[in-house]
Design a protein around this ligand. Structure first.
Ligand SMILES: *Cc1c(COP(=O)(O)O)cnc(C)c1O
Ligand SMILES: *[C@@H]1O[C@H](CO)[C@@H](O)[C@H](O)[C@H]1NC(C)=O
Length: 363
């Protein structure tokens, strides 16, 4: 409950880094939020306290069976110097669904949003005053019961850390090259691909390294014997093309399969595209074969990834069956992906007021 929130402030604040020299995930703000849970007492009072190391028992379930999940969102300091959160309700609902799937305790999402708003307010000086930077917010939930049985954790810790991050593309949009190798699978039917749990990401690191070794920057995740296209690295996949009937269409894999992480950025892009109503919007299964055919017939206009880190990430090539296939890329203001980027940036940085943002502080 937000009403029970305790706040213990730091005695001294850390030096703020140069916003142009930030490396993602290396710098953390002065404070963190912590909430403990156990099966008997439920959630204890949330606490904002100085950033500190955790002390956990070596048998804690998180350390053995990856009873863990996380979220990722940002706070933005806008044109008017005000700090805003962007659709935090969607992140918290996703976090709650992942907690259910992980047999970790669930919580009141509105109460957690209120606690996070307060945390960002306490560390508002850490939100960079730059229209290219932001404060990354990382809520985490771990199972801390000190016992080795593969079972529900009867103790848990929810914590939130934050830190300033720079632009994903410091020197303008740089389209990426992808490795699409069907021997690798990120998610499968009945699995956990739709949930942001840590256990989904450790197994991808080796594959990402293989992509780099083969001259690509990221992985295009395929699934099944029909080489279904699912996601790009840790981003959702979108395709802007002319379909077989000659209609301009924005296509992205549907969520029903359970293979796709329901991204907030994906949702925003679909919402904007439906509102603008300039292209048809379709959520459906998408396979390599029809992509290759469309490239051949010059019906592809843009391929791009979408996620909180980059907003949109244009794609320039795909290495598939030992062949490098080039796709048209456009990073001018006329490109649809860049229109989405600009529209979301204007909302996030308060150039246009929009119900998707929540104000944190006036300064
Ligand atoms: C986090 C994530 C995304 C993007 O989600 P956003 O909410 O837009 O940041 C897409 N795919 C995967 C696998 C992810 O982990
Ligand atoms: C799992 O936990 C439940 C409830 O605490 C208990 O009844 C059950 O025996 C445990 N199972 C294992 C395999 O430890």
């Amino acid at each position: 409950q937000f009403a029970d929130l305790e706040i213990e402030l730091c005695k001294e604040t850390c030096q703020k880094p140069d916003p142009d020299k930030l490396i993602f995930g290396h710098t953390f703000s002065d404070h963190m939020l912590e909430v403990k849970w156990d099966i008997d007492k439920g959630w204890s009072a949330p606490k904002i306290c100085p950033f500190h190391d955790l002390t956990i028992h070596p048998a804690s379930k998180v350390l053995h069976y990856a009873s863990q999940l996380f979220e990722g969102s940002k706070a933005y300091r806008g044109y008017d110097n005000k700090v805003r959160l962007f659709r935090p309700d969607l992140n918290m609902e996703r976090m709650k669904r992942t907690a259910e799937r992980s047999a970790l305790p669930t919580f009141d999402t509105n109460e957690l949003v209120k606690c996070i708003k307060k945390l960002v307010e306490v560390d508002k000086d850490w939100v960079p005053a730059s229209l290219k930077s932001s404060l990354y917010i990382r809520p985490t939930l771990i199972g801390t019961e000190p016992s080795l049985g593969v079972n529900k954790s009867n103790e848990a810790l929810l914590y939130v850390i934050t830190g300033p991050v720079g632009p994903y593309f410091p020197t303008g949009f740089k389209p990426v090259s992808l490795l699409a190798d069907p021997q690798y699978v990120r998610a499968w039917e009945g699995g956990c691909g739709a949930f942001k749990m840590g256990a989904n990401y450790a197994p991808t690191v080796m594959i990402q390294r293989d992509a780099v070794a083969r001259g690509c920057q990221q992985v295009l995740w395929l699934h099944g014997s029909d080489h279904q296209i699912t996601e790009v690295g840790t981003m959702n996949f979108l395709m802007y093309w002319v379909n077989k009937n000659g209609e301009e269409e924005l296509v992205t894999p549907d969520l029903e399969s359970g293979l796709i992480l329901p991204g907030v950025t994906r949702q925003c892009i679909l919402d904007l595209a439906r509102e603008w109503n300039t292209v048809k919007v379709v959520e459906r299964k998408l396979c390599m074969e029809e992509l290759l055919e469309a490239i051949e017939e010059k019906r592809i206009k843009e391929l791009f990834g979408a996620g909180t880190a980059c907003v949109v990430c244009p794609i320039e090539s795909i290495l598939y069956k030992d062949q490098k296939i080039f796709v048209p890329t456009d990073t001018s203001d006329k490109a649809l992906s860049i229109k989405f980027y600009n529209a979301l940036h204007d909302i996030q940085y308060g150039k246009v007021e929009h119900p998707w943002t929540t104000l944190i502080s006036e300064t």
